[in-house]
Design a protein. Structure first.
Length: 99
């Protein structure tokens, strides 16, 4: 989905949202230098794949939360997980890391 399609989906389903545009950040430390209207709502996205490179997952968590991929995998009955490559991110979601 493109950004505009996501916004339209949220509007059609009466889901309130607020958009904050900012430069790309590659870790939570860099985010501390970005002025956010609601810093308590910060979040990070982890783009992971299974060991067969057949299934990809976008995990979104609170910014200060750590994700144990082994525990996450077991909890959801998935194959072994690892981080997807930047090339996978571009191919699957048309995004560059940090954006």
């Amino acid at each position: 989905m493109k950004k505009e399609e996501i916004y339209q989906y949220l509007k059609e389903h009466n889901i309130q949202f607020e958009v904050t545009e900012h430069d790309a950040v590659f870790n939570m430390e860099e985010l501390t230098h970005v002025e956010l209207p609601n810093p308590e709502w910060d979040a990070k996205n982890l783009f992971v794949r299974d060991d067969k490179k057949k299934n990809y997952y976008l995990i979104t968590v609170k910014g200060n939360q750590r994700v144990n991929l082994k525990a996450f995998r077991k909890q959801h009955g998935l194959r072994n997980l690892s981080f997807a490559s930047p090339e996978d991110l571009v191919a699957m979601m048309n995004l560059k890391p940090g954006l």
